[in-house]
Design a protein around this ligand. Sequence first.
Ligand code: C2E
Ligand code: CA
Ligand code: CA
Length: 499
Amino acid sequence: MSRVVFGPPMLAFLPAISLSAFWFGGESALLAVALGLPLTYAVLGGFSKSRETTPGRDELTGFLLAPGFETHVRDVFDRTEGTGLKSALVVVEIDEFDALVAAHGQDAGDIVMQRVGERMRSILRHRDTIARLGRNRFAICLTPIMQLDLELCIQLAGRLQFRIEEPIKFGGTSLFVSCSIGICQRHRVPKDAGSSWLDCAVAALDEALVVGPSSIRAYSSDTHVHLDRTVNLMEDAASALQNGMIQAWFQPQICTDTGRVSGFEALARWCHPVKGMIPPSAFLPALEHAGLLQKLSQVMVEQALTALKSWDAAGLKVPTVGVNFATDELRDPGLVNRIRWELDRFGLTPDRLTIEVLETVMTDQPDEVVARNITALGEMGCHIDLDDFGTGHASIASVRRFRVSRIKIDRSFVTKADHDPEQQKMITAILTMAERLDLKTLAEGVETAGEHALLAQLGCDHVQGFGIGRPMPFDQTIDWVINHEAKLQDAPAIGRQRP
Ligand code: C2E
Ligand code: CA
Ligand code: CA
């Protein structure tokens, strides 16, 4: 009824009503009706209601926005009930969109969303409905058909992904984007409620996002568990840190000259009693969001120093432990005093602690407090490791200024280095630079004996990676070191052969 009263059908009666008013009441009645009716219509909210019922469209892509899409999804859900017709929702999210906008600007973000929209349209059928659900998210409701199994849905998602991930021209450069995709087939929706269909597709997408960039996941009966898990991850990370559930695991580092353990890197792990071991990529953003990175570094330093004391007590020679510090942690003006106090409390000298700083932190103009902290920690006697070297743009001047003692060559240069001459050239260049600057070197992500041998031969000082040992909880480290030392007695170490 309200649709008739407030909607366009009302217009059909206006001339008749006006004419009748004139017929029965004369000119004054006509005036009253002609002015009064639109006024009453406006007062009763008729104008705004008519706007609300028109589903909005995204200006950039011309696709439906969320409200219109949700109505459409409910409609398809209801229409297909008991008909044997099949449909699916596909939700597509551009990975690391914020980083792309930060690096290239909002215009680049808009171009990406526009091109991605065009590419999706070019692959889909005319009657499939596409919507823009957020800054970097699209959703598709496939038009119902008789034959649509999971295999077909996954193939379609693969085609979409392949097309979307082709380079996008922007100005003089190419932008490389990847996307993650969640799928939910109509008949997989657990409850008889159309609105939860989209929730299920988004849950599948959330699962894809947790697994990593450029992933595809389809909704299954387990997915909601994962969804809860993702949501809870964000909510629970803070209390896990307060309750001591976030622990340091330790990954060994080996000296290529002697083969002996030259240190461990402390890596944060959330050991959840029910959900198992959760990696830092899943909870660091939540801690950062909650402003708790400072607390994390306190926990990690304390556990690293506790581990050093225990290795010392066990008679093992572990010279140093590396702790990762994010930029936010390095912004703490009280950091140096806190670390000095912690070292004193444990009765350890500063050279037992290595501060791992990402190469991206050491730009030409770092934050003043960050610069002061790194310099002061170096002067105090802590080692400074430049992490992920080769992925950022640290200047040689800042490497000098910050008293960096060692560079950690990023895993991307190390992978398959024993088979790839290009990788070897890069590593050789980095090692030569390091030697000239009198810096020690460590290669990260060494996975095979071939990579280990090559790095030793090229003159890299230390190696770390799954090929040597995976990160492990503290209570496995003592046995690991003892076993490693025992193996050294039996086998000759891989020595370096400097030319
Ligand atoms: P990162 O500092 O570059 O740490 C090395 C990462 O590479 C670790 O991942 C380690 O498990 C992994 N890795 C080591 N060897 C290999 C290998 O041979 N192959 C492969 N594929 N991976 C290897 P993890 O523990 O997941 O840590 C990821 C990142 O999270 C770290 O990268 C670091 O940036 C950050 N992180 C970890 N713990 C902390 C922490 O306590 N504080 C802060 N701020 N960041 C942390
Ligand atoms: Ca590190
Ligand atoms: Ca690293």
